[in-house]
Design a protein around this ligand. Structure first.
Ligand code: CAA
Length: 464
């Protein structure tokens, strides 16, 4: 049975900071953000928004757009790493908000949980719900998987350049108009790691930035190896001599903590895949530089990062490689469109991969390309750490959905924050009753109870 993504909707907060203003305030070269990381703007939540609000707003949008009633929905999952309760699942808040519009008890029949594994948990939620449909358990109902996050780092930290906020919701069913997942090829890797984590009670993560960058690429490569075995043994793909599995993917969507991480990861995966092929020898000749090898090729991530000579040479090699015609061709045709939204919005943690997918659809369609039957490969990564590689085929009815996508219109109207306003919001100096914007027809947070007996209870309204 086919199963996959029928429609996709996004909710992005209307406040943002500009990368150039931010760089100036932190004494950084704006080029580091704009060119080095690929960050132009970062969406910021208002005082009356939390990740549950973002998720509920995205859900309402997809339900209204598809004229769905609560009876059509059998499961509602929320994946996040911005949880504010250790026990009560975020989807329960979302259901509570949706029932303010659809009537109390309207979603009573529905199931679902909040899933957590840093930025990869949404991919696990998609996989589990796809299998719920494939198993015939859905009984005609559809699933909503929402990925919602506020990417927030300490003021003055290196992660502060890679913030953002927003939610993406995907409607899954057995006649998907957008993408049907390839069966039996989903591959995972997992390892107990401390690259990025957020201990109980801490609002911002503890991050080992360069370690996390390298671990992301290693874990995704490991998952890709498993994907490759499955794709070949299941007959999904057949490699001719000189081909790699990546040649059989028309698009690659990567986890995007910042947009250039997609390019970095693509270069890493391609180097790994092409190294054994005849095309590599020619490329090395043309580049005039041998691929560097660390002093201890079997060493740890720390030993590789500590090998300064190797790191400098590898950086030089990567720069040369990413400028080659061969890399540029793959980059432009398979990845570039997926990075556009990330540049304008920033990091969405769990949602960043799926914002990238949405961006890929919209901007490839605008090029006039027929997307029917194109294979999309996904490289999902969550710190801590786990990666997931999977794929799917764009479906014949995709145009019905994609023709109406318009990121610029959906983001507008946005308000640019001054750095002073941003820092006030960042440090939680204002209460939900003091928002920067007065939005209409959206779910907002009204208050969080502070009394001993009901501490942490959240009250939301739909702002008519
Ligand atoms: N002009 C142009 N480019 C410049 C520049 C300038 N003046 N100065 C620096 N750059 C370039 C650098 O060359 C580099 O590009 P390359 O990697 O292509 O060489 C890029 O800008 C970034 O520079 P640095 O690597 O020196 O930046 P940094 O170390 O200060 O911070 C970071 C980068 C480590 C990603 C940091 O922002 C961070 O810690 N972010 C949070 C962690 C993170 O996002 N990790 C990603 C993988 S883990 C994950 O994905 C989970 C998750 O969602 C958080």
């Amino acid at each position: 049975m086919a199963a996959g993504i029928d429609d996709i909707a996004i909710y992005i907060p209307r406040l943002f900071i500009d990368a150039a203003d931010f760089a100036k305030a932190r004494g950084l070269d704006p080029e580091k953000l704009q060119k080095g990381l690929g960050v132009s703007q970062m969406a910021i939540v208002d005082t009356n928004q939390d990740p549950a609000c973002l998720a509920a707003n995205a859900c309402l949008q997809i339900m209204q757009k598809n004229k769905l009633s609560p009876e059509d929905i059998g499961r509602l999952y929320v994946s996040t790493e911005s949880s504010f309760d250790e026990s009560k699942a975020m989807n329960s808040y979302v259901i509570g908000m949706l029932e303010q519009v659809y009537g109390q008890g309207a979603f009573e029949h529905c199931g679902g949980v909040e899933t957590k594994f840093a930025c990869v948990s949404g991919s696990y939620a998609l996989y589990d719900n796809t299998n719920w449909i494939r198993a015939g358990e859905a009984e005609g109902k559809q699933a909503l998987v929402v990925v919602s996050d506020i990417a927030k780092y300490d003021l003055g930290s290196s992660g502060e350049m890679t913030q953002g906020a927003g939610a993406v919701v995907m409607l899954l069913n057995d006649e998907p108009r957008l993408l049907a997942f390839d069966p039996k090829v989903t591959a995972t890797s997992i390892k107990d790691e401390y690259d990025f984590y957020r201990p109980f009670g801490k609002e911002t993560p503890i991050v080992h930035g360069q370690y996390s960058n390298l671990l992301y690429m290693i874990q995704v490569r490991k998952a890709l190896e498993i994907y490759k075995k499955k794709a070949l043994s299941s007959g999904l793909m057949k490699l001719e001599p000189g081909e790699t599995i990546l040649d059989h993917m028309d698009y690659l969507n990567m986890h995007l903590p910042y947009s250039n991480m997609g390019k970095k990861a693509l270069a890493y995966l391609i180097r790994h895949e092409w190294r054994q092929l005849p095309r590599w020898k020619k490329l090395i000749q043309d580049m005039g530089m041998l691929e560097p090898v660390p002093k201890d090729p079997r060493g740890t991530i720390e030993s590789v990062l500590g090998d300064e000579e190797f790191m400098a040479k590898d950086h030089e090699f990567t720069k040369l490689f990413t400028k080659t015609k061969e890399f540029q061709e793959v980059y432009e045709s398979k990845l570039a469109s997926s990075l556009i939204a990330s540049k304008m919005i920033g990091n969405l943690y769990t949602a960043s991969l799926y914002l990238g997918f949405r961006s890929c659809l919209e901007f490839e369609y605008q090029k006039g390309i027929d997307l029917n039957g194109k294979r999309v490969g996904f490289g999902s990564y969550g710190s801590g750490s786990s990666a997931m590689v999977f794929s799917g085929l764009i479906q014949p009815q995709y145009e019905e959905v994609v023709k109406n996508m318009n990121l610029e219109a959906e983001l507008a109207p946005r308000r640019k924050l001054t750095l002073q306003e941003y820092e006030i919001l960042h440090e939680n100096k204002l209460s939900p009753e003091e928002p920067m914007l007065n939005t209409k027809r959206e779910f907002i947070l009204v208050d969080v109870n502070t009394t001993t007996e009901s501490r942490g209870e959240r009250r939301y309204i739909f702002n008519e």
